[in-house]
Design a protein around this ligand. Sequence first.
Ligand code: GLY
Length: 369
Amino acid sequence: MPQRYEDAFARAADKFRRSAAAAAAEGVIPYRSEGGRWIASPFDGNSWWTGGFWPALMWQFYAATREEAFLAEARRVEALLAAELRRFTDLNHDVGFMYLLSSGADYKLTGDAQARVDALHAASLLMGRYNPVGFIRAWNAPQQRGFAIIDCMMNLSLLFWASRQTDDPRFAKVATAHADTTLRAFVRPDGSVCHIVEFDPETGERVREHAGQGYALGSSWSRGQAWGLYGFTLAHMNTGLARYLDAATRIADRFVSRIRADGLTDCDFDQPETPERIDNIAGAVAACGLMELSKLANRPDYRDAALRLVDGLLDLCCDWTDASRGLLTRCTASYHDDAAGVHTNITYGDYFLIEALAKLCGSDPMLWR
Ligand code: GLY
């Protein structure tokens, strides 16, 4: 493996040592960096869906270095997230991202008993969002009773984990039912995926698609494609079912065909040429998914594609200075919503870039299982 990935990981650990100390001093769960400071999530306080990525970053560095400072910072934020379980009101289907990557990671790496309980608590909340007509409800607004989103494919990993932990198939049954609905209702014949599908919450009938964070209705929001790619890969890893492997490869083939010559990723694969809108988070997520899928599907070309993505990010879009507390630049939260962040650093982009580098360096603890 080229030394450059080892060097980049070590350099990132060095940067995030300083950034972790700053986050602790500022007392925030980092959402993005601006002006040399961390900015907390702009929405829903500590219940915002991205809260688990910062502790996950710390756990990645802890897994590689066993340095106590990374563990302490992961646990500082894990405690803040655990408090949200009791507050409950703003939590949604993204408890998978939040708690598998914080409490679940803690349990995986240290065996901490309370961390296991907190992750199981979150899994029970996620299972409780299942509507028996066939889908996990995404969000809480009354008009969104029938909404499900492609991102949830990543959250299913918490349910598969909970079934293994408890030897109780309920969690995995719910995850499989939701994955089957996603396969049927979200994956298009050309291998692209919708972001949001609205179902009739009484009957489960597919009512309509919504554009969500992409460019337009019917377009291909690149991060959604990446969630589908990695999510179906994980569903196959968890179940061994061939239909999920097939879905993952169809989504991957289309994603790979859209990687730009410079290795970066457009925010939406159907966006107009101008303005240029990059979302490097999508590329980082896809790189992680492609590396796992490469092994499962015996497709070395997927690993090559992942390396093109990682190389593009390292060559063009890393800020190694302390002008930014984070690392990855040109991340875009949503095509049309500038308030959420456009061409900026966002912590979950950092997380997936570091997960990709950890895979390449052989230190990834695979927090999704
Ligand atoms: N899960 C929401 C997003 O990817 O922005």
